[in-house]
Design a protein around this ligand. Structure first.
Ligand code: SF4
Ligand code: SF4
Ligand code: SF4
Length: 264
């Protein structure tokens, strides 16, 4: 049931077809970002940009390598964005897609502040948070996410988690012949819904270091502070209701005031 997207950065040729396909399927507008002297089209995710192909030049033994890496939401199995959302607006589908229900999102921006991968962006006009949804409407119907379906060299694969794990390890063995430092990224860091083969340090691809975990403060908020806060809030409401009952229902009626000529 659980699916995995396996992104083999060594096969990516930076055509950016995935960026276009994502915008097409998700009905996202083109957002023109300033030219910064690089071939990279987008500097970062934006409210209308759910996926970005990072391009970085790296010097290896005097040779310049051009490194490409498609970035998107990692669809973490232990997702900080889900943990901090006060409206439970971020959901996980049975296949593993972490998606934002825009009917519930109030645009508080907590997910934006707490995602270790810098993925969600806040639409300050509509007060909604936005990000890659793993094409949840497609995968729920047995289809492949648009970026994976589009990728010409097959750098993005999508399938059953176990199959993708096997494919990633097989490919790693091949890649290591030419890139001995190559690694698999995404299992330890995000639970394996999105897996990468990297030949360089994660920072080259705009990813946090290997072993990045959800900060303890986020877990503390999810597991202790929020439940205790909810109990305290519930208790306060009950006390307020009881106090109101005593004040207005049980309050003894004031005796009538006798005045000359009748009772007021
Ligand atoms: S990468 Fe960020 S936005 Fe995506 S599931 Fe993980 S915590 Fe949430
Ligand atoms: S999975 Fe869908 S929403 Fe996410 S980057 Fe790919 S095309 Fe865009
Ligand atoms: S479509 Fe595939 S090859 Fe083209 S940029 Fe995206 S990941 Fe790379």
């Amino acid at each position: 049931m659980a699916k995995t997207m396996f992104i083999d950065t060594t096969k990516c040729m930076a055509c950016r077809g995935c960026e276009v396909a994502c915008k097409n399927w998700n009905d996202l507008e083109a957002d023109i970002q300033p030219f910064n002297g690089s071939y990279q089209t987008k500097e970062d995710f934006a409210t209308q940009t759910y996926t970005v192909v990072k391009m970085t030049e790296v010097v290896n033994n005097g040779r310049v390598d051009w490194i490409f890496g498609k970035r998107q939401c990692m669809h973490c199995t232990e997702a900080a964005c889900i943990m901090v959302c006060p409206k439970n607006a971020i959901k996980r589908s049975p296949q593993g897609a972490v998606w934002i229900d825009h009917d519930l999102c109030i645009g508080c921006g907590y997910c934006v502040q707490n995602c270790p991968f810098g993925v969600p962006k806040l639409d300050t006009v509509n007060h909604k948070s936005t990000k890659c949804n793993l094409c949840v409407s497609r995968i729920e119907n047995g289809l492949t996410p648009m970026c994976a379906k589009t990728c010409p060299p097959g750098a993005i694969m999508f399938g059953e988690r176990q199959d993708m794990e096997v494919a990633a390890h097989k490919r790693l063995a091949v890649v290591k012949r030419t890139h001995p430092n190559a690694t698999i990224y995404g299992n330890e860091e995000a639970g394996g819904t999105v897996l990468y083969i990297l030949t360089e340090d994660p920072s080259v691809y705009g990813l946090p270091p290997h072993g990045t975990q959800v900060p303890w403060q986020v877990k503390f908020w999810q597991n202790f502070a929020r439940p205790i806060g909810n109990i305290a809030l519930g208790g306060t409401l009950v006390l307020l209701l009881v106090a109101a009952w005593f004040n207005y229902v049980q309050k003894p009626k004031e005796p009538p005031v006798h005045v000359e000529g009748g009772v007021k």
